[in-house]
Write a protein that binds this ligand. Structure first.
Ligand SMILES: [Zn+2]
Length: 251
């Protein structure tokens, strides 16, 4: 383990353009449940696809009930040492971009700059009108629902409001993906934290970095399809590992 920590430190020391790629594993260490895990909300509520959401009022109601339950469950979650370590990389001027599959906003809460953070699955901190594109805070929708408005509509155009996340059946934003691949091509070190790299096209981003000569390190608690490409693989806690790297780092 010490050898692995030292290798990770060395990779960070020698890199100037680091891209960090995070997945659910970094947030589970803050107590947020992964949708692949057993039990809890993910089993109580069937996911609603965007097509169902648009077509069916019952599904829209179900969708919001599920979002509300998830919010209540996760509202006290705080960033952990893993999130803070990424902020530290940014302060050191080494972070080119932060790409995340998470929608919980914990990176920004930890202090990561919004203009360096690419949320490929969107964010649940905002709601968007599916007709006019107007964006409001999550709290705005939350207050409306708590006030009895179970399926909140846009005040400007009466369109459906929905959390600004990529729903099942919805495409990833091509502009965001383009930026991710651009950063992948131009970084010198891709650090994957807590992603099982099973979802495409997201998983192709680290592969692209490696193909363009970057170092690749993966810290997660499972095997990934890219393990054979990685210059370093650590199976263990992200917070603990990154905490050690930061506390004892020469940078
Ligand atoms: Zn609208």
């Amino acid at each position: 383990m010490l050898d692995q920590i030292n290798t990770l430190k060395r990779f960070i020391d020698q890199s100037k353009q680091i891209v960090v790629f995070t997945g659910a594993g970094i947030s589970t260490e803050s107590g947020i449940s992964d949708f692949r895990s057993q039990g809890g909300i993910w089993e109580r509520f069937q996911p609603v696809t965007i097509q169902e959401f648009l077509a069916d009022e019952v599904k829209r109601k179900l969708y919001w009930e599920r979002k509300l339950a998830l919010f209540e469950e996760n509202k006290d979650a705080k960033p952990n040492a893993g999130h803070k370590a990424i902020v530290e990389l940014e302060k050191q001027g080494k972070l080119r971009a932060l790409i995340t599959q998470n929608i919980d906003g914990l990176h920004q809460m930890a202090g990561s700059a919004p203009d360096k953070t690419l949320e490929i699955h969107g964010t649940s901190r905002e709601v968007i009108c599916l007709t006019c594109g107007d964006i409001k805070s999550w709290e705005y929708a939350y207050e409306r629902i708590k006030g009895g408005d179970t399926i909140p509509l846009c005040e400007k155009c009466d369109g459906f409001l929905k959390p600004n996340t990529v729903s099942f059946g919805q495409r990833l934003d091509p502009d965001v993906l383009d930026q991710c691949f651009m950063h992948a091509c131009e970084c010198d070190f891709m650090l994957v934290l807590g992603s099982s790299l099973l979802v495409e096209p997201a998983a192709s981003i680290p592969r692209e970095a490696k193909r363009h000569g970057a170092l690749l390190a993966i810290i997660t608690n499972s095997e990934t399809p890219l393990d054979h490409l990685a210059d370093l693989k650590i199976e263990g806690s992200i917070g603990e590992t990154m905490g050690k790297v930061i506390m004892n780092g020469s940078w």
